[in-house]
Each structure stands twice: as structure tokens, then as C-alpha cells.
Design a protein around this ligand. Structure first.
Ligand SMILES: *Cc1c(COP(=O)(O)O)cnc(C)c1O
Length: 374
């Protein structure tokens, strides 16, 4: 047993301490304003987020999941439609597709990036296909040239799941501004992290933005004149005020994540059974995810040994979506061998902006030792 202090998979305390007076100032301002829903903080945050991303419109809402649902609905996706997506993602991605009444169609991932492989899209298109929903997983931009090319060939919409990629860039443009709409999450583990749930949809399409705004307040543009069955999905004033304090720092935090990823690359080099992630262009490392090569229970053994040594490592994700119980019957024939293999090999190491080299060195040396034991 190690006597060293525990290293968590994620430490959220840094920004809270560093920004305490500003965060408290934001809280006080909102509490004293007595304006708690859809007030000036939400409007200002939407404007600032749109400017940061380089999008014409930003529509905030209650979660990243809701941003996906609102974007799909506003893009006209519904019952009978098919949406092509990746099986190697958080369940919220296909869940949003199912929740608008459409069917998720899973295509396999590129093993080098963990992202949807656009070369597989053509073969998955049917007369019902309406959209592609790529995910910029772990903060690495998906091959959007490939996705947009396939979408253009087949006349499909593109909705980006950027929940793990706030601030990521693809050929200089922000992830989330390449397709018809981009969906972000402010869940505490994300790159722009709130103090609770929150989400946002970015788009250049004015009609789509207006429809999403209408849907998020019970399907009404004018109060008590409801025109659609929408939902209640608003970002709180309090959350918006706190996110406004953090937004100007997100670029520096993303840079710190990238630096920490580079440090891991160096510390883990030359270990045969560990495959480090590549560093993509515009990559913002929401997670630093290695592959543990070996026989199947090996990754799980490594993870529990790390846990015994006081190091938190996470498995995102142990079951590819097409193998989840919920889709077991409807997607019984689906084969995505790369996603299935990734699910048995991935291990995300402790990473946050400001993690110090000493902590990373301890993670790396412990991991190397454990991998050699096996
Ligand atoms: C976090 C996440 C979501 C959902 O965001 P919430 O704000 O938690 O609803 C969707 N997709 C991916 C890939 C995520 O990581």
C-alpha cells in the first residue's frame, strides 16, 4: 500500500479557489437582482459564448443532453428518421437521437482518434438518413472534412456533439461551428465547467436558433401562446453568471490541459503495452486516454491496481452504445469491432488544468510498474 496522498481522476478545486472573489461577486449580484430565470446574465453569457466560438447564435439550455435534443428537433429530425453516429460515446449522444423519435445508426470509429470514421458513412446511408452526429470525443476534433463531405454527398444535416470539446478547433474554426449546430455541456467535468448542469447550442442558422429558443420554453415564442410541445430547458441566471467568470479563462485552461498531455506523452514513452493517444490539431484533452494492450481483463486489472495505489483512473466507456442493454434488441446485428476493442482497452488518467508534473510523474511511474507486473 502506498502512503502517498490519493490522486483523484479530476480535481475541480483550483479554479474555485483562484476565482473565489469573482465567483462570489457573481452570486451576490444575481441573488440581489431577484432575477433568476432568463435575465441579463443568460443573455450576456449567450452573447459572449457566441463571440468566443465565432457562431452567429448561441442558445443556452439545461444540459448538453438537452442541447442535442433541441438541435435535432430544431433541425427537423424526428420519427422515422435515421441519424448516423458513433457507438463510442456517452449514452446521451444516441439517447438524444432516440428521444426525438429517430433511430441512431452506429458506424465504427477510427482507432487512432476514437472518433467516428467518416469513411464508413456512405455505406450506412439509407433513404431515411437525415443527419450525421459526430462527437469530438475526449476533446479531440473529429475529422470534419470527412463528415461534411459525406453530408454534402447525401444531403444530410450535421449536428456536432461538442460536450467534451469546448474551445477545440478544427482548421482554426471552433468545434461546434462546422456543422449546422454544435452542442456543448457545462457539466462539472467538461472543459468549461459549471457548478451544476448546463448546456448550449451554437449555430449560424437563424431559423434553427429561433426554433430552439421556442422549444426550450414550452414551445412558446410569446408567453402563453404555445405553438409546439417543447420542454422546460433553461440555463439558470446563477449558472450563467458563474460561467461568465470562467469563460475568459477557458483558453488558458485548455492550453494547460494540452501541456499536461504532452508531459504524459513524455513520461509514458516506450512502454510497449501502453498506447498513448495522439495529439490532434486543436485538441483540448478533456480526457487523456491511453490504451492498455493485453488480454481482455488486463485494463480492468490495471485500473483496480491503480485504485489500490491511490490513483483514480476512469474507463470512458466500458460498453459501446450498440451493445448497451437499451439497444441490444434493436441493434442486435451491428458490428463495430474498433469501438468494441477500444471499450476493453481505454483508460483515462488523472488530468486537469494545473495538475503538476510531480503528480503526473507519480501516475506514470506507478502505471508503468503495474503494467509490467501483469
Ligand atoms: C457530457 C456529455 C453529454 C451530455 O451532457 P450533459 O450536460 O451531461 O447532459 C453528451 N455527450 C457527450 C459526449 C458527453 O460527454
Amino acid at each position: 500500500m502506498s502512503t502517498q496522498t490519493r490522486i483523484p481522476s479530476l480535481d475541480l478545486s483550483g479554479p474555485v479557489e483562484a476565482l473565489w472573489p469573482e465567483l462570489m461577486g457573481a452570486v451576490e449580484k444575481v441573488l440581489r437582482s431577484a432575477h433568476y430565470i432568463m435575465g441579463p446574465e443568460v443573455a450576456a453569457f449567450e452573447e459572449e459564448a457566441a463571440r468566443f466560438l465565432g457562431a452567429r447564435h448561441a442558445v443556452s439550455c439545461n444540459s448538453g443532453t438537452d442541447a442535442l435534443v433541441l438541435a435535432l428537433r430544431a433541425a427537423g429530425i424526428g420519427p422515422g428518421d435515421e441519424v448516423i453516429t458513433t457507438p463510442f460515446t456517452f449514452f446521451a449522444t444516441p439517447e438524444a437521437i432516440s428521444n426525438v423519435g429517430a433511430r441512431p445508426v452506429f458506424v465504427d470509429i477510427d482507432p487512432d482518434t476514437f472518433n467516428l470514421d467518416p469513411r464508413l458513412v456512405d455505406a450506412a446511408v439509407t433513404p431515411r438518413t437525415r443527419a450525421i452526429l459526430p462527437v469530438h470525443l475526449f476533446g479531440r476534433p473529429c475529422d470534419m472534412a470527412g463528415v461534411l463531405g459525406a453530408a454534402a454527398r447525401h444531403g444530410l444535416k450535421v449536428v456536432e456533439d461538442c460536450a467534451q470539446a469546448f474551445g477545440a478547433r478544427y482548421h482554426g474554426k471552433a468545434a461546434g461551428t462546422l456543422g449546422h449546430a454544435g452542442c456543448f455541456s457545462f457539466f462539472p467535468t467538461k472543459n468549461l465547467s459549471g457548478f451544476g448542469d448546463g448546456g448550449l447550442l451554437a449555430t449560424d442558422d437563424e431559423g434553427l436558433a429561433q426554433t430552439a429558443r421556442m422549444l426550450r420554453v414550452h414551445g412558446s415564442r410569446r408567453k402563453y401562446h404555445n405553438e409546439a410541445v417543447g420542454c422546460n430547458s433553461r440555463l439558470d441566471e446563477l449558472q450563467a453568471a458563474l460561467l461568465r467568470v470562467k469563460l475568459p479563462r477557458v483558453e488558458a485552461w485548455n492550453e494547460a490541459r494540452l501541456q499536461a498531455a504532452r508531459t504524459y506523452q513524455e513520461l509514458l514513452e516506450g512502454e510497449d503495452r501502453l498506447v498513448p493517444p495522439g495529439i490532434g490539431d486543436g485538441h483540448v484533452f478533456n480526457q487523456y486516454t491511453v490504451r492498455v494492450r493485453g488480454r481482455v481483463p488486463d485494463r480492468d486489472r490495471v485500473r483496480s491496481r491503480l485504485e489500490e495505489e491511490g490513483i483514480g483512473a476512469m474507463v470512458y466507456y466500458p460498453v459501446p452504445c450498440h451493445r448497451l442493454k437499451v439497444y441490444g434488441q434493436s441493434h442486435a446485428g451491428v458490428a463495430c469491432p474498433e469501438a468494441e476493442r477500444a471499450a476493453t482497452e481505454v483508460l483515462s488518467l488523472p488530468l486537469w488544468p494545473g495538475i503538476d508534473r510531480e503528480t503526473q510523474a507519480q501516475v506514470a511511474s506507478t502505471l508503468r510498474r503495474i503494467v509490467r507486473e501483469g
